[in-house]
Design a binder for this molecule. Sequence first.
Ligand code: BDP
Length: 706
Amino acid sequence: MKKIVYILIFCFSFSLLLKAEDGSKLWLRYKSVNLSETPSFSGLKGDIELKAIKEFQLAWEEMTGSSLPIHSRLNNNTLLIGTVKDLEIRRLNLNKELKELGSEGYIIRTIERGKNSITVVASEGEKGLLYGTFHLLRLIQTGQVLSSIEISEKPLYNVRILNHWDNLNGTVERGYAGYSIWKWDELPSKVSPRYEDYARANASIGINGTVINNVNASPNILTQEYLQKVKVIANILRPFGIKVYLSVNFSSPHILGDLANSDPKDPEVQKWWNNKVKEVYQLIPDFGGFLVKANSEGQPGPQDYGRTHADGANMLADALLPYKGIVMWRAFVYNPSDQDRAKQAYNEFMPLDGQFRENVIVQVKNGPVDFQPREPFSPLFGAMKKTAIMPELQITQEYLGFSNHLVYLGTQWKEFLESDTYSMGEGSSVAKATDGTLYKQPISAIAGVANIGEDTNWTGHHFAQSNWYAFGRLAWNHNLSAEQIADEWIRMTFSNENDFVNPTKQIMLESWYAAIDYMMPLGLHHIFAWDHHYGPEPWTDIPGARADWLPRYYHKADEYGIGFDRTTEGSNAVSQYFSPLNDKFNNIESCPEDYILWFHHVPWDYEMKNGNSLWEEMSYKYDRGVKQVREFQKDWDRLESFIDNERFKHVQSKLKIQSKDAVWWKDACLLYFQTYSKMPIPYDIERPVHELEDLMKIKLDLKHHN
Ligand code: BDP
């Protein structure tokens, strides 16, 4: 049925009622929008059952308190939403442009039609329409001028996907926002309303895929029983343009299928996977594919049978190919050995370059070790020129204070995506090496490990929502600045008042640097407490534990100095980078100080660029991190009148925890490393308030759910 919808001109304002808010609406808060300056804006037309139109209706209702007026003619100030299938859209001569933008791209444009000025949201496909509508709503929410819009967009990565590390028992590995949102016990009969809320939120930022179970995968996910549950989730996500993917356990044929082994070269094993994949597609016709953690941290894999990662990935890829499914094969591999952990993934995967099927994409964490507060980019980016590579970012703050610390990661991800790999000469950023610009690849993708749980505000900390948001926005367009993303997010989530937006943005933009400073400045890494990765334990020694799971392996502090020698004299990890980076990192004089202890074992009295000794510089960095968090507290307190009390208080108390933790980190690291440096903590910084021996006794009972 064809219906044309017109909306009357609206021009009104809302008084900002600072009603208690629990954060459950995320950035999709249409109520608080002040429309007083919104010029004539109206109309809606559409003939498809579109979530896009529904979303606009919902927004309209929330903004105006009344339902969307429907008329039957195009007038001035009409909003026209439609795909190229729609006659009105076809009449606008946008088809060529729309074709170039593809089915996820869209145009939002003010078009003069005779005496009338209409606003058009148009796309080749329905997904583009959904994204375009959310974009338009974002413009409204952030108070932008709507009288002459000229926007055309398309995503820079094809697959923009969340990785949930959610277990089938409801726990979330490295999850800090409560239990999983996926209620496996209730499915398939009972459907939580949050599944649809989740889908909407993701669609609003362009996320188009989700891996709903942990990479440490239970084989049970592939049983009929669970697939029936997955089907229900897939059905809910589909209208929002989101495909479901699953993490699979490489030993599934043996464990579920009772086969003697799971050797990828065994025809019985191949047959098992072919049948299993067929079964999956019978239930979920648009199923996305598999994510695999193999031969990593005790997970089974092809190497158990003397086969390579390529053999394993290709077997699954062959099974998925007839249905256009993909395999995301993780490169997060390392084993206890004499070889520097930071070098292992590269050494393992480089020889396999060119051996992977076209529907395989190798998923590489941003850094060579493991989501540390700050790492140089993994040398695999740009290096595998005949293999599609996708970045894996960690949205959940496993190594950044869980859901207690305010750490905006837009800044971190931008630094990473813009890092120059030099793989094809200067200007070969990680982003370009993975989005299809430098290397022609059939698929491009980017993944983020989700920070979502059943907490009312979804992410534990209200500000952790900004990381979910930033991931989606950067996956869509990595050219956006961290600042722009923070700005939009604040306006949509809290308030459009500049006196609130600007200081809040400042906090966000400084927060990652502050966290690095109070946790692991100057390239220090992995000096966390055993297992739970929350607080500092640079001293830990667990008898019998793997050396590469202990902080000493990484900081190597001794009386001479501190840091991991990865130069040509040391582990030679520098050689995995392209020229001129290899030389730059190799030479202590040219190595960026942000990474100096990542690449060098530096004497305590080494003179830094500003004239401080290394020890002094380290002390000042820790101190600066602490001071910054104290400033965040002051800044936040000044903003009390701008937002609802509920969220204000929540963030305020989280900042208290962060502040205490920052002091804990500073005292622990300075007092402990001082036992090696034997130098005084510079007298112009705050004295430690803890005894080292007391700090060494702290054992937090934070469960790490495996
Ligand atoms: C580490 C986590 C661990 C994950 C692993 C992975 O500590 O829980 O299973 O990464 O990415 O950061 O596979």
